[in-house]
Ligand binder design. Structure first.
Ligand SMILES: C[S@@+](CC[C@H](N)C(=O)[O-])C[C@H]1O[C@@H](n2cnc3c(N)ncnc32)[C@H](O)[C@@H]1O
Length: 234
């Protein structure tokens, strides 16, 4: 699974950047008044880590990122900002393997829950049930579609750096009743010409609101919809 990010990290971070102006204020609202420490699950290059740091001032943050390539972006982003360097710890394991504090104020899992298979997802919910402090919460988003349907190719983003423009394209096809295979293509253009193209594929475990509510309910947790596919779990 991680191999896809090794090949696409240079594009993933700059293309995800365009989603955070909308996502950031929603995550910040969901974290209002939350105690620390806060875990950023699958922090990627750290767009969300930065939002968490602003939303939960003075709190310790554990940014969990298993992909070495994306973690390099994260490390640089954290290191260059003194305010982040002081209180963000970057952990290189997967969320379920990471060395986390026994009690957690909040867990933020943006654009990542589909990387966990149903058994691992159960372990994620168990961890929330065991470790969230009273008044703590998790913030998770579900990405459409939540059913195994084909998704025709669409443009997932574009970014320009200097003379080059980077374009993301995405399509998906069902891979069984609970999974999609996403096919992602990253194109680089310069002077109107296509100069590079990287294609990666990965599986994504589907999760509907109903199923998440059932799984969480079995552990005494409740998700509340917070708009745009985001849920606050407590
Ligand atoms: C689509 S990116 C999202 C990055 C970031 N959360 C954002 O929204 O900008 C998904 C991230 O989840 C990470 N990831 C995948 N499996 C993981 C696991 N088991 N534990 C923690 N992170 C994981 C990937 O390495 C990748 O950085």
């Amino acid at each position: 699974m991680m191999e896809q990010y090794e090949r696409s990290a240079e594009f993933v971070d700059i293309l995800l950047a365009s989603y955070w102006p909308e996502l950031g204020p929603q995550v910040a609202r969901a974290l209002d008044g939350v105690p620390g420490p806060v875990v950023d699950v699958g922090a990627g290059g750290g767009h969300g880590t930065r939002v968490i740091a602003a939303a939960v001032p003075h709190s310790e943050i554990l940014a969990v990122e298993p992909s070495p390539a994306l973690r390099s972006v994260l490390m640089a982003r954290v290191h260059e900002a003194a305010e982040l360097r002081e209180r963000v710890t970057v952990l290189p394991e997967g969320f379920l393997q990471a060395r986390l504090p026994a009690r957690l104020g909040a867990v933020v899992a943006m654009n990542v829950i589909g990387h966990f298979d149903p058994e691992e997802r159960g372990a994620v919910w168990d961890l929330l049930a065991d470790r969230l402090v009273p008044g703590g919460r998790a913030v998770v988003n579900l990405q459409p579609p939540t059913e195994p349907v084909a998704v025709p190719q669409f443009r997932s983003g574009e970014a320009r750096i200097g003379r080059r423009t980077y374009e993301g394209l995405a399509r998906a096809e069902p891979a069984g009743p609970e999974q999609l295979t996403w096919h992602l293509t990253y194109r680089t253009h310069q002077d109107g010409e296509l100069v590079d193209e990287v294609a990666v594929s990965h599986v994504w475990w589907l999760l509907s609101e109903e199923r998440m509510t059932k799984e969480l309910g079995e552990r005494g947790l409740t998700p509340k919809a917070a708009g745009s596919g985001m849920y606050v779990i407590s």
